[in-house]
Design a protein around this ligand. Structure first.
Ligand SMILES: Cc1cc2nc3c(=O)[nH]c(=O)nc-3n(C[C@H](O)[C@H](O)[C@H](O)COP(=O)(O)OP(=O)(O)OC[C@H]3O[C@@H](n4cnc5c(N)ncnc54)[C@H](O)[C@@H]3O)c2cc1C
Length: 353
């Protein structure tokens, strides 16, 4: 098989890159080992325009959020399934001070943060003492549906190989790569956290971050919003199913679900939620985060046919569509990649490989 691009990994990055190459009429093949506990399979898929307790506007959100929305809507109609839904985030304040701080913050800038008109509206669902605010627009992207539905199409098109990619079987030539019977002009690694072991890119400043989540069933809870109070509770595409998470662990000894997370999360939920719930699943994965919180996009400065799309950190749902498109446009039309995402900013570090 001869293709323009060989993609390694079908998480949100590999999915998006293959989508844009497909739109450009370029040929590609994908290798993915169907690992059930990857970042994209554990993620909630939330696009939230503000970050943290101080509601700082997320990096590049004015560009990446509308772009991502358009892309998910386009893929939704192509696949005839709903992949993205607008869901505002209801943020319950932890203290009266926080409530006052928000009132002041909204006076300065109400682009994404809004007062919620009826402060008692959620009393039937949650215990909360200090009111709530609303963050919008915000979205939930159904990663599980996207990944599985797109995968079916890739399998039908006979371009997805479900297996481990084995580095020792890759031959890198000056103007192409050869992997078993696949000859490709370029290879792009979309391996998520496994990218930290990639011999061409392992010197990049990755900052792996472990996160866990529970999937719960809660019959009585509304699915109209995403809710936050320390934890985030987000509706899934299956009726009455919700995602609950997460934690951010910079130090960890394994990638497995932990008893400590299970205990603290169920305790928190029991205090917060006023409806009965049942835990269905407990998941964990390592986010491919980076030290400077910017993605790794583009081609190796010294191996021009070896590329990467990785380092989406906690923001894969919003960043992956935007930067996959930039990479596809770069491959097909030679257009530039944003300087603070282009992996060439690490030319000195990568020269040590
Ligand atoms: C608990 C948690 C919650 C999150 N919530 C959100 C959220 O709400 N919103 C948001 O935007 N982001 C969220 N994220 C972050 C988001 O999940 C990541 O940014 C994104 O999924 C990374 O996608 P990826 O394609 O780079 O990597 P991955 O999803 O890890 O995909 C890599 C793929 O490559 C395959 N692969 C790797 N090596 C090989 C090999 N050698 N051979 C074959 N296949 C291989 C893997 O099996 C996998 O399928 C969350 C992450 C976690 C852990």
């Amino acid at each position: 098989m001869q293709v323009d691009v060989l993609i390694i990994g079908q998480g949100i990055c590999g999915t998006m890159l293959s989508w844009f190459l497909h739109k450009e009429g370029k040929s590609f093949a994908l290798i993915d080992n169907a690992n059930p506990m990857t970042s994209s399979k554990v993620a909630a898929g939330i696009i939230n325009p503000v970050t943290g307790r101080r509601y700082v506007t997320t990096w590049m959100i004015e560009d990446v959020m509308p772009f991502a929305k358009g892309v998910y809507e386009e893929i939704s109609s192509y696949l005839d399934t709903t992949l993205i839904q607008p869901k505002s985030v209801i943020d319950f304040f932890p203290s009266p001070q926080m409530l006052n701080a928000i009132v002041e913050r909204v006076k300065e800038d109400d682009t994404y943060l809004h007062p919620f008109p009826d402060q008692n509206h959620f009393n039937q669902y949650f215990n909360y003492d200090f009111g709530c605010g609303e963050i919008k627009p915000a979205y939930i992207v159904h990663f599980a549906s996207l990944l599985t539905t797109w995968r079916k199409i890739l399998i039908e098109k006979k371009v997805l190989l479900e297996r481990d990619f084995l580095l020792q079987e890759l031959e890198v030539n000056i103007d192409s790569v050869q992997y078993n019977d696949i000859k490709a002009a370029k290879i792009v690694f979309c391996e998520g956290i496994i990218g930290t072991e990639n011999p061409w890119f392992n010197l990049l400043p990755f900052a792996p971050n472990k996160g866990e989540a529970l999937i719960i069933e809660c019959e009585g809870l509304t699915n109209e919003h995403i809710f936050k109070r320390g934890l985030t509770l987000a509706p899934l595409s299956t009726p009455h199913y919700f995602w609950v998470g997460s934690n951010y662990q910079w130090e960890f000894s394994d990638d497995q679900p932990s008893e400590a997370f299970y205990k603290s999360t169920t305790q928190h939920l029991t205090n917060w939620l006023r409806k009965p719930y049942k835990v269905l699943e407990h998941k964990a994965a390592i986010r491919p985060a980076t030290l400077e919180r910017r993605p790794f996009v583009g081609f190796h400065p010294y191996f021009p046919n070896i590329g990467i799309l990785n380092g989406m950190g906690t923001k894969g749902a919003s960043l992956a569509p935007y930067f996959a498109n930039q990479l596809a446009q770069h491959i097909v039309h030679g257009l530039p990649i944003a300087a603070d995402a282009d992996v060439k900013r690490f030319s000195r570090i990568l020269s040590r490989q």
